[in-house]
Design a protein around this ligand. Sequence first.
Ligand code: HEM
Length: 438
Amino acid sequence: MTDFRKSLLLDRVLNNEGYLMVTDFKPNMDAVPADNLPDHVPAELVRDLNWAFGYVPVDYDEPYRETERFFKGGAPRIMYVPKAVRGQVSKGAWVVTHYDDITHVYQDAETFSTEGTVAYQWLAGEKWPAIPLGIDPPDHMKYRKLLNPFFSPKAVDNLDGKMRRNANLLLDTCINGREDCDFSYEFARIFPVQVFLDLMGFPQDQLEPFLDWENKVLHSMNIDIQLPALRGILAYLREFIGTVRRESPEGITTDIVNGMVDDRPITDDEIMGIMFFLWLGGLDTVAATIAMMFRRIALDHKMQQYLRENPAKIPDAVEEFLRTQPLVNSQRLVKRDTELAGMKVKKGDWVICLNTAGNFDPNEFDSPREVMLDRQPNRHFTLSGGPHRCLGSHLARRELRIALEEALPRLPMFSLKSDEDRRVHPGLMSVRNLNIAW
Ligand code: HEM
């Protein structure tokens, strides 16, 4: 079994220039000097926000606690980070943290474009965009029209029984005859991939290669490791699409390959754009959220007991776990000069929506730092907002719900085995090992 935390996460934090050392963790909101700032960016808005992007591990029960400082006196409503932060953003970016500003960016998708966001395939020389995320309205809707039915609540209901059976088979190996397990590695990491294989019609023996490629593409942060993995998954998807054309196996890939966009047959590049993005978007996100939910209730036996005694409350609880444990901060490319949070931003600028702050804005959420399992309303950004709201949101919620509903009756009251597993990267990296004991 791999200890990801030791093999990968700490290396990354320690090795990358500009990232804070684990032992140096002092969240910093001071203005920092920056070279080559665009003329329209006031120097006093430039901040070091590495601590807020999930690069720095924390041990707190509530991993996003530090984003509270964005709502305290003195914090500017909009800031600018001069260095690359992640993915395709290779220059500086504006950062918004308040609920209203983030909503504004998500809803005005024509000004704040998704072009070029999450485009790992470009590293491997591909030219097509991620679909639907990399397509702006109005074209974006054509793809959502094709894909929405496969991810509707009814479609998810149809998968429910199979998902529960898969979950229980995995739980057998985690629980039977044992007093502890690594719930992240042995359950959370695998369950969403199995669901995805079934949904898409991939053979089950793809489990290990998918996990391996996914881990390398999303987490290595090293192009020499990412590239071969990217080529591996892209070649596999191309070959699989060929098989689907010949054999039409069960699963939604067959429907996608035979799909129509704008009353014409879908093209090969469009199919790749969809298949690749589904692969990228639907696996690690769910795995990380499951691990974070179980971490949270391992730390709080009262909360764990409440869920055991009130299983009907699990759907509401899932929503609150999603709000309090957001994973992704979205990026947008500005398409025309405009105003944002009182600041003039220009065509070609990047904007980062810090969902990890907006989900805790006291103007939207009462007692925002409190985990209130029955919170209503609960309109958070963890699954984004506006036209690009997560296509897989119903499926994701159901997977999270099933994990809790099926595991809690089978697991006695559990705790973290050691404080080491309290440590998380508050982002997509989250918690790769979660040793629990009962
Ligand atoms: C807890 C689990 C999940 C989280 C936290 C999550 C989060 C997100 C976020 C934040 C976005 C929008 C990104 C942006 O605005 O830049 C998004 C979009 C998307 N997600 Fe998810 N996601 C999850 C699960 C899934 C699953 C299970 C699937 C499908 C198998 C999926 C497929 C998609 C797709 C296709 C989009 C693009 C939607 C569009 O552009 O119209 N996601 N997701």
